[in-house]
Every structure is written in structure tokens, then in C-alpha cells.
Design a protein around this ligand. Sequence first.
Ligand code: NDP
Length: 286
Amino acid sequence: MTSATLIDGKRISAELKSQIATEVSEFVAAGGVAPHLVVILVGEDPASQVYVRNKQKACEAVGMKSTLIRLSAETTQAELLDHIARLKADAGVQGILVQLPLPRQIDEQAVLDAIPPHKDVDAFHPENVGLLVQGRPRFLPCTPAGCMQLIASVEPNLAGKHAVVIGRSEIVGKPMGLLLIQKGVDATVTICHSRTRNLTEITRQADVLIAAIGRPNFVTGNQIKPGAIVIDVGINRTEDGLCGDVEFASASQVASAITPVPGGVGPMTIANLLKNTLTAARLQQG
Ligand code: NDP
């Protein structure tokens, strides 16, 4: 039996998407053109294909236009950059997303740097990262923003609370820490990584624990402070199906609230992508 409250990312993301759908129809009614997101998928990675399909479906469900550009796994960096340059110049495209990971021959950072900041709905461009660091974000990074909304659904006040993030990737861990230390949120943040010593000692101090590691069932109940909020970002494919970075069975006996995998952070990431695409359309269409 689960003692923790289940934080339902499906429900919370559905609410956010319904709000976005309303805003899109108001935007169009006021003379704007329906926001248009272009997703570029390079190669045949099965997980990426699922993510891209879900992003496209979500766009259509809220009244946005989405286009998928599929490129072969042999695509060169120059070819990919040409596509981005064309989309950069196209006033009919408000959002550009390059699905990661990219094949080895392509320098991921060079590609992310080439996306024009106003169309960078993933918020990975250095200008958008810089604005976030300075506390004046243009776009919020989708997964960390989703985690913040999930946390807020059970605890709106994080001031002075200790938030521990496991993982320091550019996509999740680092921006997650930045959102938590924003003025107005005011958590005290510890970011852990593979070289952190005494991880359990640290995680057991967390009022809010965010796991973004990429290792199945890595965090167990004995590493969690009783009553903590636990956000599991991990998506791991195992022989038994999908699982998170947190061992749900033991963690849910200790935490006060916890996200499931699937149905937790994943749907929030997509909802925030839609939110950013609408913001991009507003910025570009005045
Ligand atoms: P990365 O592999 O880029 O980063 C993993 C982080 O975990 C690194 O900072 C790494 O440390 C740290 N780590 C690895 N092993 C340990 C350890 N033993 N102890 C402490 N820290 C450790 O992964 P991502 O951040 O991109 O993704 C993390 C997970 O989240 C994955 O499962 C991914 O699939 C999932 N994900 C889910 C999303 C969603 O929408 N739900 C979106 C994005 C990702 P170091 O830096 O030292 O190597």
C-alpha cells in the first residue's frame, strides 16, 4: 500500500494544456497566426520517435501547427545547420526543436547554438540559459519547469526548504537548481552528481528530492527523509518496462508525495514545450 500522495502529472499537464488551448484560440481570434513548431528528428532512435510523436500530437490538440522534419542518421552537421538556417529565416515558424540525442558525427552544442534564441522553445541556447541564470527567463526549460509545477501542486511554499537535485545535466539538473533558487521560490539547493560523497547523508536532508540520474530505481526509501516530496525525472527502459530513477515501492512508504513513472514528469515536459511555443509566437507576432 502506498502511503504517499501520488502527484498526477497526467492530470496536472491536462489542466495546463487546456489553459494553453484557450490562450491559443484567443491569440488566433485576436489576429495572430496559430503557433507553428518544427521538430527535427535525426536518425531512428525508437525513444526519440515516441517523444516526437507525442510532441506533435500535443501541438495539434491545443490548436498549434506542427511539422516534423525527418533526417537520416547519416545527416551531416552542415546539412542540419542548413535546415536550421532556413527555419530561422521563415517567419511562418515560431518554434524550432531538435530532438536529442544526435548521431555522433554532429556536434550537439553547435546545433543548439544555431537555433535562434527567439525560436528556442527548449531553452537550450546560451542566451536563454544566460537569461535564466540572471533571473529574467524568456523561456523556462521544459522538464525543470514541469517539476516546479508538480512540486507546487503539493507545496506552494518552498522558501527556506532544502531541495536536493541528483544530476547536473544541462537539460535537467542544472536548470532545475536555478529554478529552485530563484527569488520568490527561495529554496536552499544542493546539487549532487556522480562525484558527490555521502550521497545518502545529503538526500536524507532533502525536503524536496529531485532525481535526474538515468539509473533505474537508484534512489531507495532509506535515502529519503520521512515526509519529503520526491520528483522522479528518470525514464529508464528495462526488461520489466519503463521505470524511474526512484524505487517507487520503498520511496512511496517514506515520502509525503511522489511522482509516478510514467505519468509524472514526462507529460509536464510536453505541456511546457507548448507553453514556450505560444510564448515564442507572442514574442514574434507582437
Ligand atoms: P544525464 O546522463 O545527462 O545526467 C545524469 C546525471 O546524473 C549526471 O549529472 C551524473 O553525474 C549524475 N549521476 C550519474 N550517476 C550518479 C551517481 N551514481 N550518483 C549521483 N549522481 C549520478 O541525464 P539527463 O539529465 O539528461 O536525464 C536524467 C534522466 O531523466 C534520464 O533517465 C532521462 O531519460 C530522464 N529525462 C526525463 C525527461 C522527462 O521529460 N521526464 C526529460 C529529460 C530527461 P555526472 O555529471 O558526474 O556524470
